[in-house]
Design a protein around this ligand. Sequence first.
Ligand SMILES: *Cc1c(COP(=O)(O)O)cnc(C)c1O
Length: 408
Amino acid sequence: MEEITFRDEFYLPEGKIYMDGNSLGLMSVRAEKVVKEIMESWKKYGIDGWTEGEDPWFTLSERLGNRMAPLVGAFPEEVTVTGSTTSNLHQLTATFYRPERGRTKILADALAFPTDIYALQSQLSLKGYDESHLVLAESTDGHTIDEDTIIQAMTGDISLVILPSVLYRSGQVLDMEKLTAAAHERGITIGFDLSHSIGALPHRLSEWGVDFAFWCNYKYVNAGPGSVGGLYINREHFSETPGLTGWFGSDKNSQFDMEHTYVKAADSGAYQLGTPHVLSAAPLLGSLEMFEEAGMEALRGRSLKLTGYLMEQIDSRLSSWDFVIANPREESRRGGHVYLEHPEAARITKALKAEGVIPDFRNPNGIRLAPTALYNTFEDCFQTVTKLKEIMEKEKYKAFKNERDIIA
Ligand SMILES: *Cc1c(COP(=O)(O)O)cnc(C)c1O
């Protein structure tokens, strides 16, 4: 396979090895350039920037959605760039959670990212149901969840299933195709949180028949802190009315009629609320070019080689210490990062940072290392393990407290 790396196009923190692209992707020259262009169009056109300039803001969310569609394997009109992971989950649950007699529960998983659980709890409460209506599929090893366990939990009282594509801690990839088929056989609607897979692995949402999905764009997609997220609505559902409505979800031709009768957009654009966050969407215009040029399959190929090499290095050079690789090892079941556990993980992470390697720590004992396909190298993986070995050999971690910082 041809070596694909866009490393030269990124601002790499000087003298550091950045292994945290699964939390916040780095800034690229192209993302920066487009932000400046959007600022220019504001400067130059004022209000007319909505319709003038190279990237008129009025249709920005839709155009960005069309360009993101290949990353999730969807038809262009099924994807819109809007909101955040959490706000989109609220929107989609408000739309697709329709409790009926005897079918009132939501199924999620016990290892879910906290914001997903908070959103589901509040959506249940808004519809008058208590927390017993949130069913969580359990993990037996604390890291992964067996798809069959999830399927067994899809009982007759479940109305909606919401799962991650990739578990944020262990990096396990869930078999979305199998889970979707199982949910549909049982008459259940199913949606996925793609925060940890978008930009890291290919998806075929339309082909799999996934009902809806949502994600953030500041992790592997490199669109910057707090950048606008995305959502996918299977076109079979285009006739539905969104649970939460706002004027930017209107049909574009009639939005400025300013009537009080809501005429919704005919596609996924209907799920927008208010005025798009143009400045926070701008970096995507630049960042997506690189995904288009590299292709998602090739990026996944390189990512697997990088994580494979990193695991090999950990196995062969860190075996004298209590490290455990807690992500699934099979290619089809591991995402874009390696999840390393150690009882002293909090202070090993601090020692790594002091040595110029930037990983992230996940309470209570996990270190996530994400060599991203666009800008990390095999040398980064090698050096990370070299630093880890040094930290253990010389007990450098003992200079730090084994506690997490506020943002870990
Ligand atoms: C990163 C992440 C989020 C973050 O939600 P925001 O609304 O973007 O802050 C939510 N869910 C998962 C699974 C994540 O990985």
